[in-house]
Design a protein around this ligand. Sequence first.
Ligand code: SAH
Length: 451
Amino acid sequence: MVTMKNNIIRGKCVDISSEGKGVIKTVYGVIFVDALLLGEEAEIEVTYARKGVAYGKIVKLITKSPDRIQPLCPVSTACGGCVFQNASYEYELRYKKHKVEETLKRIGHLENIKVNDVIGMDDPSHYRNKIQVPFGKENKHVIYGFYKSNTHKIIPIKECNIEDKKAGPILKEIASLMEEFHIDPYNEDYRTGIIRHVLIRTSISTSEIMVVFVSNVDTFPGRNNFIKELVNRCPQISTIIFNVNKRDTNVILGENEKTLYGKGFITDEILGLKFNISSKSFFQVNPIQVQKLYGSALEYANLSKKDTVLDAYAGVCTIGLLAAPHVKHVTSVELVKSAVINGRNNAKLNNINNIDIIEDDCTLYINKRLPKFDVVIMDPPRKGSTPEFLNALLKIKPSRIIYISCDVSTLARDLEYLVKDYNITTIQPVDMFPRSFHVETICALSIKGQM
Ligand code: SAH
């Protein structure tokens, strides 16, 4: 039942949107409400409305879901990063499974597909190994935090519930040292100041920590003393990089950088293999769940020493390198040169020789040579694959395909192509980003007519 009085609407949450918001259906249209849980009834203030779609916020909660919890973070609503801060983790995992089932039906028209329970974390907090924090000034003090959603206003935050606990104390020390050394944060409006962002990457296997200062100037007076004092106060830091970004775009890191302390990279491990990570390397941000994601993907691929594998959309070849010890040969194909170089270095680091890492578009690669593969593992970006690549796959017909997807709507769209010739054997969602609405999905397919 929906009623409206003085621009306040009363309604019940009947669904959760793909972005994790509560859905209220009214005669005026659908309202997406922040932090409203399934089954809850509330008075809602509409904050934005256009062409039958509206957004709103809770003014008064009338019935409370048993899954509602006290928000774990004081700025959860303003920051916007964690849409599930006020719901139990079980609720979040149920929602993520439902999202996969519903999307496969609605977009992929795939009926009667069994979706496994989402593989979650034992403790869904402090998992992020990469943190990028803007610095600014407020009341003459250096502050750091997160941009308020859709703005460049910094919300100061002392401790974030999803980032690695090792980052907070270092950021705090950096802020006080900047005040002591009179190093100003960058001011976007006046283009003054020095430090724009600080990026911290941590490794769970080696405990190494990288700190990257992103600056709009090439250097500043007293830089060496500043770095020396930082290492003195935070001896847990392994390497410090000074990155220069003079452009006014949303890209955080600039082209040029210099290592000021340590070796310029950190090393982490996934399922026993080592990976060197530089400031710009792609590396999964949840080092605990990545083991489960890739471990499960390899298990579903059912690899044997006779198999040849194509690792398409390879990135830094993490999956290809993990598969290599179990198979005859792997070919990894990746478009971006720096990722290819990273992949080759990682192959050397781990003494893996039965892998070819090719810089190419994966569709062109297949169409040029029509190679034979037993297994294709594909991990495309958020926008998914393309009809051209999927048609190329249907030409070379590997007996198994493992599709790893970070957006189930593009997975659903792409599966519609493949199900003509392939059976879906497993759909396994993995929660790589607890508290956000994102869900990663592994889909295993095997060619029809073969046992
Ligand atoms: N599994 C990888 C990450 C994959 S992210 C890892 O662990 O490193 C998707 C990758 O696909 C990106 O690196 C992107 O550069 C690459 N890519 C996008 N389009 C491509 C194409 N047409 N051919 C080959 N690679 C492509």
